[in-house]
Design a protein around this ligand. Structure first.
Ligand code: FMN
Length: 176
């Protein structure tokens, strides 16, 4: 019989995509790097994303109930990691990364011009999920760069090896 051993299970979810979620409103809009984001319903179109309960973005989402999932173009790795390691409580991430905010079509949060696809969402439910809030949201609009749609531009599926530093060490094999 094959022997089964304990594992850091998250590595089996790798590669994950990385998204830049915009929330809040200009001039105080914020950007957070998020991997825990997935479609959950086709009819109506809905998605869910898990955001740390103490993060600035969770506070903004609670206040406005609106956000945009921006899909980064290849080559935005530095900006993704900046937004994933700094809090909007301390810095203006648009200013620090040089990313450009543009008005969204239906929500108050801006889109990021340098990203190649944008999914505008309105929060319908917020559920506690461990150290995160799970925001379950209706998709109000979705659009992408023509080059992406026609295949001239391709997305990066992941940014290298399983990033143990970001996700690792969360599960030691014993449920608590
Ligand atoms: C690649 C990457 C993916 C991340 N994914 C998530 C995620 O899915 N959920 C989350 O709460 N934080 C995630 N983070 C961490 C947040 O982006 C980070 O804590 C950020 O500084 C919070 O910013 P804020 O305080 O401005 O909201 C990720 C970070 C990186 C680098």
């Amino acid at each position: 019989m094959i022997k089964k051993i304990e594992t850091e299970y998250l590595k089996y979810f790798w590669p994950m995509r990385h998204y830049l979620i915009t929330c809040g409103e200009l001039p105080r809009a914020n950007i957070i790097a998020v991997s825990f984001c997935m479609p959950v319903s086709n009819h109506p179109p809905m998605l869910a994303c898990a955001i740390g309960q103490h993060m600035h973005s969770a506070e903004l989402l609670q206040q406005t109930g609106e956000f945009v999932v921006n899909v980064p173009a290849p080559g935005l790795r530095r900006q993704v990691y900046y937004c994933g390691y700094h809090s909007g409580r301390d810095v203006d991430k648009f200013k620090e990364t040089g990313l450009t905010p543009l008005p969204a079509r239906q929500v108050s949060a801006p889109i990021i011009a340098e990203c190649v696809a944008h999914v505008e969402c309105r929060v319908e439910q917020r559920a506690p999920a461990g150290d995160k809030w799970l925001f379950i949201a209706r998709v109000l609009d979705a659009y992408a760069d023509e080059d992406l749609e026609t295949g001239l531009c391709e997305l990066e599926l992941s940014l290298g090896e399983f990033p143990q530093k970001v996700y690792g060490g969360r599960f030691t094999g014993k449920a608590s």
